[in-house]
Design a protein around this ligand. Structure first.
Ligand code: S3P
Length: 435
């Protein structure tokens, strides 16, 4: 992640055509390892995302004494169950992964383990108080820098008590950390959100045999339930597909089909936005089995127009906003993104970074306190862009080259491996071009 490298992408309006299966969903892959580690016995995972973030999760649970074997995207997790975990010898390093760190805080809080959690230089700047503050109300014990409330933090697992908590922000990481803590707490824990965030934790807890009640924006879980090891299938990550969905929508003559892509309604805001902006989206076979819904999806180019994106839609597409901003540079009118201040505390400040990088290519885009305003359509130029160490910024930069009239160089592009190993191979195969 600290490595600086440079990649040049030069596609200049070439149409994108073909069929791909994007790598496994990052959020679901993390949770499959975590729940497999909490449950006693052997869990198998297929379609696992072997990106750097999820590999950090695997490493951490191995340090806690869970036996994890990986062969490509097939993973087996054999665990003595949460009560059999051992204290790790070294700190648990979540790398760049906020999901790993925050969910782990909730999981370890009610375990019998004492461990230090840390991360890379980007993650060590990100706020952890949103998780430690509610967990403290459940009796959790944390030691660390109480002034900055950032990693590293030491968790001393202890007996927790249930609580009712109203979350000030819609965040699946915070909700999940509290639900995991609730699983080992005494009593029933209730979490209420302002708007529904991704519900992968709730779905997977049920798949592992736990009883979890969801009602509109509230979720509750009774403590003391034990989980049953099971088989988990991870669908393709719609947040990764989003880069190519937007590329197909923007470049005339493009048509891309995505196989087995996750279609969980708490994640499909990108599809709604594409359709509202005028892109052609069609659906193939859909599977609605146990766990997560997924299916086949095709996106074709079309004339695009500006829209407003705000409110309850934001948590349903929070990670797609960088590439949506790029998409909006090719749409007629002014696209307004509001209520998205959470973007400021992602892998980087995505409001400032997206605006400053796209401006380098001539985009008409300006930051606002809680979002951005983008006016189009603009023919972008080539240029030299920085990823800011953020995988989604790196991919946004690469995709900008399909609508730019010159090459786009991307500095520090290796971070793309955090969520999309094989990204450039897919880009190449879809454009049949060189870079
Ligand atoms: C995630 C939740 C979201 C998202 C992140 C993954 C998760 O973060 O941005 O990439 O797996 O729970 P927040 O919970 O901070 O919104």
């Amino acid at each position: 992640m600290e490595k600086i490298d440079m990649i040049t992408a030069a596609f200049n309006g070439e149409a994108l055509n073909g069929t791909i299966r994007v790598p496994g969903d990052k959020s679901i892959s993390h949770r499959a390892v975590m729940l497999g580690a909490i449950a006693k016995g052997k869990t198998t995972i297929s379609g696992f995302l072997a990106g750097e973030d999820c590999l950090s999760t695997i490493r951490i649970f191995s340090q806690l004494g869970v036996e994890i074997e990986r062969n490509g995207s097939d993973v087996s997790v054999t665990s003595p169950g949460i009560s059999g975990w051992k204290n790790p010898v070294e700190a648990l390093d979540a790398g760049n992964s906020g999901t790993t760190a925050r969910l782990l805080l909730g999981i370890l809080a009610g375990s019998s383990v004492t461990a230090e959690i840390t991360g890379d230089r980007y993650l060590r700047k990100r706020p952890m108080r949103r998780v430690t503050a509610p967990l403290n109300e459940m009796n959790a014990r944390f030691k660390g820098n109480t002034e900055t409330e950032t990693l590293p933090v030491t968790v001393e697992g202890t007996k927790l008590k249930a609580m009712s908590y109203e979350m000030p922000i819609a965040s699946a990481q915070v909700k999940s950390a509290i639900l995991f803590a609730g699983l080992s707490a005494e009593g029933t824990t209730l979490v209420t959100e302002k708007a529904v965030s991704r519900d992968h934790t709730e779905r997977m807890l049920r798949q592992f045999g736990a009883s979890v009640q969801s009602e509109e924006t509230s979720v509750s879980i009774a403590g003391g339930q034990s989980l049953q090891a099971c088989d988990v299938k991870v669908p393709g990550d719609i947040s990764s597909a989003a880069f190519f969905m937007c590329a197909a929508a923007m470049v005339p003559g493009s048509k891309i089909t995505f196989l087995e892509v996750g279609l969980n309604p708490t994640r499909t805001g990108i599809i709604d936005v594409l359709q509202e902006m005028g892109a052609k989206v069609s659906f193939g076979e859909r599977v609605n089995g146990e766990g997560e819904p997924y299916g086949e999806l095709t996106v074709e180019s079309s004339d695009l127009h500006a829209i407003e994106i705000s409110g309850a839609m934001i948590p349903r597409l929070i990670d797609e906003l960088p590439v949506i901003a790029l998409l909006a540079t090719q749409a007629t009118g002014t696209t307004v993104i509001k209520d998205a201040e959470e973007l400021r505390v992602k892998e980087t400040d995505r409001i400032e970074a997206v605006c400053s990088e796209l401006q380098k290519l001539g985009a008409i885009i300006e930051p606002t306190p809680d979002g951005m305003r983008i006016t189009g359509p603009t023919k972008l130029t080539g240029g030299m862009l920085r990823s800011h160490g953020d995988h989604r910024l790196g991919m946004m930069a690469a995709i900008s080259s399909v609508v730019a009239d010159g090459p786009v160089q991307i500095e520090d592009a290796s971070c793309i491996n955090v969520s999309y190993p094989g990204f450039f191979e897919h880009l190449d195969s879809l454009t049949r071009s060189k870079h």
